[in-house]
Every structure is written in structure tokens, then in C-alpha cells.
Design a protein around this ligand. Sequence first.
Ligand SMILES: [Zn+2]
Length: 153
Amino acid sequence: MFAKRVSIEQVEEGNDLAPKFDADGLIACVTTAAKTGEVLMLGYMNAEALQKTIETGEAHYYSRSRKVLWHKGATSGLVQKVVEMRIDDDQDAVWLRVAIPGDASCHVGYRSCFYRSVPTGAPADQIELTFEEKEKMFDPKAVYGDAPNPTIL
Ligand SMILES: [Zn+2]
């Protein structure tokens, strides 16, 4: 489906898409908001998710917890439209710049999955997370119902 990796020159300087999947068959994907540059999430794609993302222009990931192809936003409507897709130098990481209706991406209700900051410069067992997003963009219960996320713990 993708080009075979034959040389460093091909991978780093060429025009072939020759992604490197890890031992689990996955490639990391960082996703940012095209409009603001804000980091929204870090996900993983298998070959099928990468192919679907390229062919549909909508972000697809592989859910490591559920072990299924994951069309982001299929349930919530918060589909990620790919504005630009990039691959890094050694082609083992993808960067998606996306547009999302309502600008919310995180299933917890926030814009970004990275809605809390971790203070530095103090003993690591004494720090408290700081909420950088003060308000949710949507109510997850209204979108997903009352069922708790079974995959998180
Ligand atoms: Zn999230």
C-alpha cells in the first residue's frame, strides 16, 4: 500500500511516502488545530487508519485500548477535517493539521486533550495539575450519554 523503505535518501529526501510502523504496526500522529496551532491530541495510526485518512481527508486512528479502527468524531460529530498532513524526516511520525466543527476535539469536552498543565521545578510527587481550559466546549454526557469511558483505567 505504501512505498517500501529502501534507503535513507529515499526516506528523508525523496517523494515516496514510506512510513515506518513500530513493532505493533503503529505510527504516532500529533494533531493540531489548523486555525490556532494548538496541539489537540496524540494518537496512533495503523496502516489502514493512515490509508483511510489520506483517502477520505478525515482523521482516522487506531484505538489501542479498543483495538479497532477509529474514525474520530463518528459518534460525537466532531470529525477532524484534514487541512494538511505531514510526515517527519524518518517517516515514523505524522502531523495532522485539522479543522473541527465547534473547535472541540477531546471527548472530555475540552478543545484539546492537553487541557491541563504540569508545573515544573517542584518534587514530582507534590505537584498539582492546573486546568488551562477553564470551561468545556460541550457537555460529554449530552453527546455520549451517561456511560463512563470503560477504556481509561
Ligand atoms: Zn481527549
